[in-house]
Design a protein around this ligand. Structure first.
Ligand SMILES: [Zn+2]
Length: 244
């Protein structure tokens, strides 16, 4: 009897396995080191190692590389960063192409590892800026979402920037940039990306590059007050009133 039950259970498990095959998806390593990428094509340029999937929609890889090299040069003319090695830039066809394999929504950078995963329509400068600003020489590196996303959006170098999704919807409530500065999760991304970019633009125009580089190294509100004094409060309320 026991044997019969064991057999029955075995048959049941086998049958259910056959009826419902489980596809186990393993998220590919983000640094491109595993088999998943074995049929990807590599194109190397001065500052990048580009990785393209076999069905890439990018027809002219050299042109793609040139555009990104030009962006890197242009942004770094301002940022003066020294990135320790070439950036591994993974060029997915669509965001869903990557999400299907368990990656986060594209595009994103892992600056400390010099890695970018982006879809082909990503703005040319946004993720590159994240990597470049990470390697600004400074003893103290403190990041805040408002300044980090603000500078990357300011330097995206694309008039048709692709910032989609409901997370970019303008918030209904009254916005305090000081609160956004202290809390990365208080508002929608609209505030951190677009109002952050506006803040960076004004600070750069009014006070210049050297102070802005100090702010990029230590991105806190407290450091900004030291750098810009009372003028900062006025600038913040100007930006806030423009979007209300
Ligand atoms: Zn970003």
């Amino acid at each position: 009897m026991k044997f019969f039950i064991v057999c029955f259970v075995f048959v049941f498990i086998s049958t259910s396995t056959i009826i419902k095959p489980q596809t186990v998806l393993v998220t590919p390593k983000l640094n491109g080191s595993d088999k998943f990428y074995s049929n990807w094509q590599i194109f190397t340029s001065n500052n990048f190692i580009f990785h393209f999937p076999p069905n890439t929609v990018v027809k002219d890889k050299k042109k793609f590389a040139d555009i990104h090299e030009q962006a890197y040069a242009k942004i770094n003319l301002f940022i003066n960063s020294s990135v320790p090695r070439k950036i591994d830039y993974f060029v997915w066809n669509y965001s869903e192409g990557a999400e299907k394999f368990g990656l986060d929504e594209l595009s994103f950078a892992l600056p400390e590892q010099c890695i970018i995963h982006a879809h082909v329509k990503e703005t040319v400068g946004h993720e590159i800026t994240h990597v470049l600003t990470h390697f600004i020489s400074s003893n103290k590196k403190v990041k805040t979402k408002l300044i980090n996303e603000g500078i990357a959006t300011y330097f995206d170098l694309n008039n048709n920037a692709v910032y989609g999704g409901t997370e970019f919807k303008k918030p209904e409530e009254k916005i305090s940039l000081k609160e956004a500065w202290h809390n990365d999760f208080k508002y929608s991304d609209f505030v951190y990306y677009f109002m952050g970019a506006e803040l960076i633009k004004i600070l750069n125009q009014k006070f210049g590059k050297q102070k802005l580089l100090k702010l990029l190294a230590n991105q806190t509100y407290e450091n900004a007050i030291i750098l810009y004094g009372n003028e900062l409060t006025k600038i913040l309320s100007e930006i806030e009133s423009k979007v209300q």
